[in-house]
Design a protein. Structure first.
Lengths: 534, 483
């Protein structure tokens, strides 16, 4: 999906003019890096940022840290709506993490200066030492190769901050006009969010790396005669402006409008409680994955490190379950990564300097691995050694910015497609009697073990045809049974990827990742009326 | 003491704040309106898990938003966290450029009407030096003592202690003479506040039992002195909740501990707003459309819940201190009085004629729910068959009109038979409305402060004082295995 200059011009973007407009917008961030006065925040590759970073690490080491690392982040956010509202925010932050006698200390602030980073290094070590009451505790960090002064820029076609915000507002207004020209069709105000973060990481092991990461997302909902659809094509992605300009959005909107009109013609009937074969569209499957296996394979949750916050896991004994516990049908293979091009959770290195790689959480229906950081990977050392694998982190340490301490967060997830050339429509055609659902919203318990799904768009299927729209259906499931009940997985062509946000930790942190999945046919869902009381 | 604390740079002092606002204001060029809002926060945090202190942290940030509106321009807003002259000047220039680019005819200076200016409520209990001075070592010591309770019973605990301070201020309230428009609805004089929170989850090694306790207050000393009791409660709940049995879903008499009541009431508390029902939008307080008058009628003045229930807020109560807004009348507000809906919060823009003045009525940010004199033990003793609920999790509204909600019980659910707690019960998903519960009350206990901290950095305080409630016919719809 490369965008040519001609395509951009077709959409009304004049690259030269936009760059000029940007040049005229002052940037509200200056820092004092010790060269005698204030200067604009330098590019993250700057040698002076490297010096700051190691100064912080050394201060922590001098104060007694066995291990220390530092992140410096420079984050820029822009929100634009079709009505022309523009919000600009820019932030720099620095955070130092220090390990002393098995306890972590962390200190962060919004100032990049030589004195401040040294203070934070000392403060982080002091915080860790303050924790040293009670018995000693051993933290083992899985080995990681030293990264020697490398830089990575996330590949994007068009830096969204190089496009004039006023042109973007016009573009969004034009999208809503596509809808409002047609009687009966409505849309909410379209909006776009852009985010770019430059990040430097240094550790006391000598690693140093810098990255420039992008995230873009948009929101537009359509409605026709009481049926609503969201434009799924604009969920968060590790992309630039091409998330909008690189897709045929007008055609996609017209297609959704046609589908809405078709849906509105169907008779409406209230839910009949019972057990049904159910076809879930790709985003419903992605949401189910995220809230069940994506939640339960977080190793810190499994071992109780999130017990007082987001919760624990329905996988109770990782060492006993790995390699043998059946979590789904043999056709079920779930991989994870943080290096997939265009995904919302993609980086080159995580917040511990671990290079991203793909790993397999569920292989052929069997639990194969967990999401880990350098510390939590060592908790599985016995399993890894027993299977002849190196004990290494899967690179899932993330924090929204340097103000927050890195935690293990969900990486990008990808459910392998089935062998047949099956998509949502052909899956429906193969169902004699059942339901089909779009855009399931899932509320899962604090172990990811059981949940309730709801959706505004549920079809009744008879003889492979959509015959009615069902309102008020609730889909009750137990995760342990759900993935063993997969009848068919959509084929390669039906896999779609969606960006999602997840929260965990105390204080809560929100981070982004993508989930890619095909539509899935489930053998039996318990369908209830969630508003019916006992 | 306060002076020294405020000048160590963790949050902006009043003097620094005023100097900063002046500095930014002087940077504006080309006339029009200038609005500036500044806030800063500091957090001291501690997390533990598996009975080990894991992380102590010390964090801070500052945020300055400048909004420039040149003549006929739209609002141009830019936010930064750097407070040097160069950064601030660049922020002002960027906001001015945004403002000019979106220029519209007919909007500009003098956009706001004349607002009254109430003095902030004096002596509101929102700042505690003890919270601001609670050092990392003091937090670690409290955590250590709480962990010891779990260790003594051979249980695993995880928990979180946090102290924080924050401030915010706007240009026009600090320097009325620099105000270009009239006093705007969002202006806020310099105000600072603290919050302390602590919570603890205790589980057995097999993961078949779980207990929880928590408390939030502006004052660290309250948390510190309650910490032993909190830890003991969480441990006892874990011990007593082990190896639960599954009960049939159905309707049960429930004894809801104060935390469970607060968790269940949250959607109700959030609903005390006047605009949605008056605009005909979904709200429990929308009554019907009046064809003759051409407007939506609300349930104001009608009896909506049991007459034993009063939901109110008094800013003078030391357990209910909140950060007040200058357009809020600095007086107590009662939303529900003896079961009758008396007030709904509204903002400054709601029609003047109805409200006799440009002021807002607060929504229920903080609240107190009236109670009774039945102790929890008495409630249990007088129950033939029922369930005792520690707290609810994942509460989500299914229907905005009736507030019918679904959610889960968590960290301790027990069966009561013939006045005795007889066994631990597996968690349930419920389908129930807080309004239904408040219309099926059997007994009420003494209201106590519960765990209701602000979440995001820099957010305002939201304390709640809530009684335990015994109610009949509470609807549990399915069993869940999660513990």
């Amino acid at each position: 999906m490369t965008i040519s200059r001609r395509q951009l011009l077709k959409y009304g973007f004049k690259i030269g003019a936009s760059a000029a407009a940007l040049g005229a917008l002052p940037r509200p961030l200056y820092v004092d890096l010790g060269d005698g006065g204030l200067e604009a925040v330098p590019p993250i590759e700057s040698e002076r940022i490297r010096e700051l970073a190691f100064r912080a690490v050394e201060a922590a080491r001098d104060a007694g840290a066995a291990y220390a690392d530092v992140r410096l982040t420079h984050t820029r956010m822009r929100r634009i709506t079709a009505t022309g509202d523009i919000g600009d925010e820019e932030q720099v932050a620095v955070g130092v993490r220090a390990l002393v006698a098995g306890r972590w200390g962390f200190a962060s602030s919004p100032m990049w200066s030589r004195d401040e980073v040294a203070r934070l290094g000392r403060e982080a070590a002091y915080q860790a030492k303050s924790a040293a009451v009670g018995p000693a505790y051993e933290v083992v960090l899985a080995d990681v190769p030293v990264v020697h002064d490398e830089h990575w820029t996330m590949p994007v076609e068009v830096d969204p901050f190089e496009v004039s915000p006023f042109e973007i507002a016009d573009y969004l207004a034009a999208l809503t006009n596509v809808v409002s020209r047609f009687p009966g069709h409505r849309s909410d105000v379209a909006s776009a969010n852009f985010y770019v973060q430059e990040k430097a990481f240094a550790s006391s092991a000598g690693s140093y790396c810098t990255q420039r990461l992008y995230r873009t997302e948009g929101e537009l909902s359509l409605a026709f005669e009481g049926v609503r659809r969201r434009l799924d094509a604009l969920t968060p992605a590790g992309m630039g402006w091409e998330l909008f300009a690189g897709q045929q959005l007008r055609e996609e909107i017209r297609r959704l409008m046609d589908e809405l009109e078709e849906d509105a013609k169907l008779p409406v009937k209230p839910v009949e409680v019972g057990r049904y074969e159910v076809v879930c569209d790709a985003i419903s499957v992605a949401t189910l994955l995220e809230s069940t296996l994506g939640t339960a394979t977080q190793l810190d949750r499994v071992l109780g490190f999130e017990a007082n916050a987001s919760g624990t896991s329905y996988f109770s004994d990782p060492l006993a379950m790995l390699g043998s516990h059946q979590v789904g049908v043999p056709a079920l293979t779930l991989t994870a990564n943080r290096n997939e091009r265009g995904a919302a959770g993609t980086v080159r290195w995580d917040d511990e300097g671990v290079e991203s790689e793909e790993f397999t959480l569920v292989r052929d229906g069997i639990l194969a691995d967990f999401q880990t950081t350098r510390e939590s990977a060592s908790w599985l050392a016995e399993y890894y050694r027993g299977t002849g694998r190196a004990v290494r982190s899967h690179g899932c340490a993330v924090a929204p910015s340097a103000l927050e301490i890195p935690l293990q967060h969900v990486p990008n997830l990808r459910l392998a497609a089935g062998p047949d050339d099956l998509d949502f429509d052909s899956a429906i055609a193969g169902v004699k009697s059942g339901l089909a659902v779009r855009g399931l919203v899932v509320d899962v318990d604090f172990q990811g073990g059981a949940g309730l799904g709801r959706s505004g768009l549920v079809y009744e299927i008879k003889g492979g045809q959509r015959v009615a729209r069902v309102v008020g259906a609730g889909f009750l499931f137990r995760s342990a049974e759900l993935w063993k009940d997969v009848v068919a997985l959509g084929g390669h062509g039906s896999v779609q990827r969606f960006g999602m946000m997840a929260r965990k930790g105390e204080p809560a942190q929100a981070t982004y990742h993508s989930v890619a999945a095909p539509p899935v046919v489930f053998g039996q869902f318990t369908v209830i009326d969630p508003t019916r009381k006992a | 003491m306060i002076g020294r604390s405020l000048h160590d740079g963790r949050i902006l002092s009043p003097d620094d704040c005023r100097a900063l606002l002046r500095r930014v204001h002087a940077l504006a060029e080309g006339g029009g309106d200038t609005a500036i809002r500044v806030s800063s926060w500091w957090h001291g945090e501690l997390r533990w898990a598996r009975n080990q202190i894991r992380t102590l942290s010390d964090r801070r940030d500052v945020r300055l938003t400048v909004i420039r509106t040149v003549r006929n321009g739209r609002d141009g807003a830019v936010t930064t966290n750097q407070l040097d002259d160069a950064s601030l000047e660049a922020a002002v220039r960027a906001a001015e450029r945004q403002s000019r680019m979106g220029a519209k005819i007919g909007r500009g200076v003098g956009f706001y009407p004349q607002f009254p200016h109430y003095e902030p409520f004096p002596n509101a209990a929102i700042w505690s030096d003890a919270t601001f001075e609670a050092a990392a070592l003091a937090r670690a010591e409290v955590a250590r003592r709480m962990i010891a309770h779990a260790e003594a019973q051979g249980m695993l605990s995880a928990g979180y202690l946090e102290v924080r301070a924050a401030m915010t201020a706007t240009l026009g309230t600090e320097f009325p003479e620099l105000r270009t428009g009239e006093h705007a609805f969002w202006e806020q004089p310099y105000v600072r506040w603290t919050q302390a929170q602590g919570s603890m989850t205790v589980r057995n090694a097999a993961g078949t039992g779980s207990g929880w306790a928590g408390l939030s207050s502006y004052d660290w000393r309250r948390l510190e002195s309650a910490s032993g009791a909190l830890a003991e409660r969480a441990v006892q709940k874990c011990v007593a909740s082990q190896d639960p049995v599954a009960l049939e879903p159905g309707r049960y008499t429930v004894i809801l501990e104060p935390q469970a009541v607060a968790d269940l009431m949250e959607p109700l508390i959030q609903s005390f707003n006047r605009e949605p029902p008056e605009m005909g939008l979904t709200s429990p307080w929308r009554l019907a459309y009046d064809e003759a008058l051409g407007l939506w009628r609300t349930k104001l003045g009608m009896k909506v819940v049991d007459e034993r229930i009063t939901i109110s807020h008094d800013p003078a109560d030391p357990d209910q201190g909140i950060v007040m807004h200058p357009l809020d009348l600095p007086e107590p507000v009662t939303w529900i009085e003896r079961g009758v809906l008396k007030n709904l919060g509204h903002d400054w823009a709601t029609e003047v004629e109805k409200l006799k003045g440009w002021h807002a009525v607060r929504g229920a940010d903080a609240y107190r729910m009236s109670g009774g004199d039945t102790s929890l033990d008495e409630m249990i003793r007088t129950t033939r068959r029922g369930l005792l609920v520690t707290r609810f999790s994942n509460v989500a509204v299914l229907d905005g009109e009736s507030l019918l909600s679904t959610g889960l019980t968590r960290d301790g659910l027990w069966l009561i038979e013939n006045g005795q707690i007889t066994k631990a019960v597996k968690n349930f998903r419920f389908t129930e409305s807080p309004l239904f519960v408040l219309n099926h009350i059997e007994q009420l206990g003494e209201p106590v402060p519960v765990f209701r901290p602000t979440k995001r950095e820099g957010d305002r305080l939201r304390p709640a004082i809530v009684p335990p409630v015994k109610a009949r016919d509470f609807s549990f719809t399915s069993v869940i295995d999660a513990i």
